[in-house]
Design a protein around this ligand. Structure first.
Ligand SMILES: Cc1cc2nc3c(=O)[nH]c(=O)nc-3n(C[C@H](O)[C@H](O)[C@H](O)COP(=O)(O)O)c2cc1C
Length: 307
């Protein structure tokens, strides 16, 4: 499934009134994903600085269990674009595939005669997942600071393609692709998208659930005027999704709400038509298989050889 951002740009994305303490803060608050790139290469010295920013990211225990595959080959980028169902990937002069990588640490441990079980540990997988994303985000922010644009692509984990990615880039056991980042000089820089306000996201001392009206208000400010026209195809899909996930009674309630309002609302669109609530949990077991194929076994009971 693709996520093209849908051009929901509606002015300033924050409550700072446009006053930023410094340029770094402006870059962080005014950033936006970029999906159209100039046909202009990124100079090697710029790439080197971005990679330095990635390499110096925070990482659990300073273990750096991640690798980045840099793709500049046009044909390979085009193939990524096709397989991830998002053509603009092929137009990015550089695509970076961020992978969890326990292979390198495993080799180090073997060479140094150290015990090793990281690929069988959820703890290590979980931290490595965070490490790789933090490194990616350092590169993303560095790219903004260097006048580049970027967008993450999550669809590299689509099931049909996951194995191909591992083959295409000859990823060894213990290397697990997480996310793709397209990089390039922006053809045009989209306006920042609206976000939920800080007081909905940040909780002081304890989790503080907002009232229904405050919550709805925050979402309607984030998505003002997002109304989707009713048509037979959409209604058919939403009804099917509601029925499958919550049963006939809920499907009726959802359709009633749509009829009452005269349109499909944003939440119904997101979870009924875009990230379809009935399809999203499909393939959970297959993801376990994919993880296993990549050389991980943390979801199984692990037995030490000496026990
Ligand atoms: C993990 C992750 C996966 C994403 N996958 C895609 C993707 O497959 N295609 C795409 O066009 N954008 C993708 N995005 C970008 C989001 O759509 C974008 O961040 C979001 O719409 C908010 O817009 P902004 O980045 O301009 O603030 C992804 C972002 C993240 C963090």
């Amino acid at each position: 499934m693709t996520d093209n951002g849908e051009c929901m740009h509606h002015g300033p994305a924050d409550n700072t009134g446009g006053a930023f303490a410094n340029e770094t803060m402006r870059l962080l608050i005014e950033r936006s994903s970029c999906r159209s790139f100039l046909d202009k290469p990124i100079p090697p010295d710029v790439m080197e600085q971005l990679f330095q920013a990635g390499v110096h990211a925070a990482t659990g225990g300073n273990l750096q269990p991640f690798s980045i595959i840099k793709v500049e080959d046009k044909a390979v980028s085009a193939e990524l674009g096709e397989k991830c169902h998002q053509k603009f990937i092929g137009e990015a002069p550089v695509n970076l595939i961020f992978c969890i990588d326990w292979h390198r640490n495993r080799r180090w441990a073997e060479l140094e005669k150290a015990p090793y079980s990281a690929q069988n540990s959820f703890r290590h997988f979980w931290i490595a997942f965070q490490d790789v994303i933090i490194a990616a985000q350092n590169i993303c922010t560095a790219a903004d600071a260097m006048g580049l644009g970027s967008v993450y692509i999550g669809t590299i984990m689509d099931l049909g393609y996951f194995g191909d990615i591992r083959k295409m880039f000859e990823l060894p056991d213990g290397v697990f692709p997480v996310v793709l980042l397209c990089l390039g000089y922006p053809k045009m820089r989209p306006k920042p998208r609206k976000k939920l306000p800080v007081d909905i996201i940040v909780h002081n001392e304890k989790y503080n659930d907002p009232s229904d009206s405050k919550l709805l208000e925050a979402f309607s400010r984030k998505y003002p005027d997002r109304k989707f026209e009713i048509n037979d195809e959409r209604i058919g899909y939403i009804e099917k999704v509601c029925r499958r996930v919550h049963g006939d009674g809920f499907a009726l309630k959802c359709l009633d709400e749509i009829k009452k309002r005269g349109h499909i609302n944003m939440a119904q669109y997101y979870f009924g038509l875009h990230y379809m609530a009935d399809e999203m949990p499909e393939g959970n077991e297959k993801f376990v298989k994919v993880t296993e194929d990549a050389g991980f076994g943390w979801f199984r009971e692990y037995r030490f050889k000496g026990d």
